[in-house]
Each structure stands twice: as structure tokens, then as C-alpha cells.
Design a protein around this ligand. Sequence first.
Ligand SMILES: Nc1nc2c(ncn2[C@@H]2O[C@H](COP(=O)(O)OP(=O)(O)O)[C@@H](O)[C@H]2O)c(=O)[nH]1
Ligand SMILES: [Mg+2]
Length: 259
Amino acid sequence: MCNHCGCSSEKALLTAPGTDSQHHHLHFDAHSLQLQQSLLAGNEAIAEQNRQWLVNQNITCINLMGTPGAGKTQLLEATLADLAEGLPEVAVLEGDQQTLNDARRIQAMGGKALQINTGTGCHLDAEMIKAGLAALSPVAGSLVFIENVGNLVCPALFDLGEQRRVAMMAVTDGDDKPEKYPHLFSSCELVIINKADLLPYLEFDLTKVKQAISQLNPQAEIFLLSAKTGEGFVDWEHWLTTSKAVSQATASATHQPHG
Ligand SMILES: Nc1nc2c(ncn2[C@@H]2O[C@H](COP(=O)(O)OP(=O)(O)O)[C@@H](O)[C@H]2O)c(=O)[nH]1
Ligand SMILES: [Mg+2]
């Protein structure tokens, strides 16, 4: 069991492929299950506070999760460059175990950024985002990205209070990732497959990946793009604009005077 996030399943299944279904289940004791449940319940309560605060501020918050090296920061850099004139402000909460590298990259593009270092932790949680938002102080009406710690497992379990979830992988990650890590791909509204410019050099079955994602999550949109060349950015930026409009409409509906 992961000591930090309590993200283990109730039981683990060990299977040797090609053998006669020799399954071994590893059970965790009642104490670890209780810890896991109370940890997630505590997170949920703070996530709800974050969500309320974001709605009150008319801020659209997008949680970007994916593999390490998928190009999450590069996508944000390219987005900042493109959207600079179209939005009031873009701010980024950067999650990594160590270093200030990604926050510095965003700042170098003119974005407001705060780095959250999780030490040995493998994901961001709602408490970190609450503190991060207070320190970052994004302006009302802005767009806030959360770049989660590169990891296809634990981030999916933690509601941060965001309005939108994006799962990101690169073609260099291999075409079996949605099947292997279904929870993340099931929990998002959009899947980005990055590094389209490298497709000609790899064995990557795009049709298979799209089918696997659609099977897990029929509602999810899927964009193939390249954060390096800008291919596919029209769809991504349209999605961002639409997401912002949707969350603004939600915010103004919430603020409607009653009676
Ligand atoms: N060829 C190619 N390389 C990319 C693309 N996006 C990111 N990279 C490279 O992939 C590496 C990891 O990118 P980074 O943004 O740091 O990934 P992160 O860990 O997900 O934030 C860097 O060397 C980037 O230059 C892309 O669309 N095409
Ligand atoms: Mg990064």
C-alpha cells in the first residue's frame, strides 16, 4: 500500500499470463482500509471548499494529469503563448516531487505560477490546492491550470475541486496505457494524446488507443496534438474556450439572486 495516499485497492490480484489462472489476492487489514476511507473523505470536504471558492471567483480550474514527460508543461507553455491575448489571466499550480523547474518555465512564458513540491508524495491533494490557491491568488475570471505530479495512478483518486479533468499521454508512452491505467482515463472529460509529430517514427496504434479510451469513457473527447509543432491546437483551444464559457455560466447561475 502506498503510505502517502492510501491508494491501494482493497485487494490486489496477481496473475501469471499463460498459466492456469493462478490468482493470489493480497488483502489489506481493516486499519489500512479505514485510513484510506477517512483520508479520501477528508480530501473530498476540502475539495468542495475549493470548488465553491473557484465558482465564487468565476475561475475555471483544469486538473491536468498524465505520465511524466507526456509534455504537460510544454502544452501549458504553448497554450500560454497562444492564449496570451485572449484571456484575462492564466495561472498555474505546478506539482512535482522536487525542483522549481516547471513553475520557472511557466513564469518565463509570462504566466503566474506556483510550485508545489510533494517530497515523496505521488499526487496533489485538495489541501495542497487550497493552500496553493491562497498563495497564488489568481484574479477573478481567470483560467487556472493544475499540473499534477506525473503519474497515471494516484492523481485520479483525488478530487481537487477542479471543474475539468484532462488526462494526457504521449505517443512515446505506448499504446496500451489506457487499458493498463483505466481509472485516470475514466475520470476525465478530455484525453490528450501528445507528440503527434513523432507518430511516423513509432509503432503506435492510434485506432486501438481511441477505442480503448472510448470503451472506458464514452463521453470523453480525444485530441491528438503536438505541443511542439502546434498540430491539433485548434481543437484544444476551442475546448478551453468552451470550458471557460460553461463554468462562467455555472458561476452566474449560482450567483442568480433568488425570489
Ligand atoms: N517531439 C515532441 N516532444 C515534446 C512534445 N511535447 C513535449 N515534448 C518534449 O517532451 C519532454 C517532456 O516535456 P515536459 O513538458 O517537461 O513533460 P511533463 O513532464 O509532462 O511536464 C521535453 O523534452 C519536451 O520538449 C511534442 O509534442 N513533441
Ligand atoms: Mg511538467
